[in-house]
Design a protein around this ligand. Sequence first.
Ligand SMILES: NC(=O)c1ccc[n+]([C@@H]2O[C@H](COP(=O)([O-])OP(=O)(O)OC[C@H]3O[C@@H](n4cnc5c(N)ncnc54)[C@H](OP(=O)(O)O)[C@@H]3O)[C@@H](O)[C@H]2O)c1
Length: 331
Amino acid sequence: MKTLIVNEKYGIDHLNLTPGQVPEPKADEVLVKVAAISLNYLDLMVIRGDFGHQIPHIPGSDAAGTVLRIGSAVTGFLPGDQVSTHFTPGWQSGNLTPEGLENRLGIDAAGVFSTYICLPETALVKSPVNLSAQESATLPIAALTAWEALHEAGGLKPGETVLLQGTGGVSVFALQFAKLAGARVIITSSSDEKLKRARSMGADHVFNYKTEPDWLEKVKALGGVDLALEVIGTGFKESIQACRFGGRIIIIGFLNGAETSLSIFDFLQKKLTVKGVLVGSKGAFSQMNETIEKAGLHPVIDKIFPFSEARKAFEYLAAGKHFGKIVLDLN
Ligand SMILES: NC(=O)c1ccc[n+]([C@@H]2O[C@H](COP(=O)([O-])OP(=O)(O)OC[C@H]3O[C@@H](n4cnc5c(N)ncnc54)[C@H](OP(=O)(O)O)[C@@H]3O)[C@@H](O)[C@H]2O)c1
């Protein structure tokens, strides 16, 4: 067994593959042989020390693989099942409560960057039957967050217009889910090449936020948006400007920083609603997986690295060159 551990110091350079013993599942636990892992911006923050974890620490929240053994009290899984990890085992269904944030994988509890993991069944969900393990590993954070933002928090209706920022993991899943729901999608990127890919996936309007400084005026000229997914943080002002009367803004991330100054005038004048989202429940994860199966949808994987090249994979993530998800293959 091998586990990716942040050793000695924070930082990508201190990620080390460390040998260990395959764990034995307790009564309520499931032993999974991990086939693939996907990377999130969150992992990068953990590895850089933003959460102040004591080290050594095992990071990671997104994995998929096969159930090898189950504990005596486990009822929801059998050996041979294909599963993905569920980031918030404290949040099984309904609305998020503070308790729902306990034991998040890779944050409050040990992470999943290992060839074998033992988890309670609350931290696992069956994978969609149409997906490979590599594809299923992309779902736990990015896909579920996009799903939650559009459907559970955003209340997206067919025919509405959605604004998506950049072409990272969350935004590309949101593009796929929003088109599936019959919405019109406006997406931004710093790369014309990535915008071309977004177009080929059904994006209705695409803008390069680097070379088209007036992109926001163009969005307004299109009539504005009903729903904006905010992943930039400092882009919050732009989301406000982009919304039409009665618009909704879902706050997801702060890639460019969490501090920004704004006037509350537009909230009143446009009667805007703002909500924060923290991934999603296991119930929402299962619903999302049903939709993925029915629609025959496949996640967009930008690049697959072998487990032994995890450092390279994180450097690639940090450089922001990807479109969609980055995956580690453990087979
Ligand atoms: N609240 C939650 O539950 C939750 C869940 C998942 C993620 N998040 C957060 O959401 C954010 C996005 O996550 P992710 O996994 O999608 O990240 P990611 O895959 O690393 O996405 C990065 C992409 O964002 C785009 N970007 C960066 N700066 C931009 C800017 N100023 N304007 C427009 N686009 C910009 C770039 O796209 P282009 O190359 O196309 O320009 C970049 O490639 C992160 O802050 C993450 O921590 C929160």
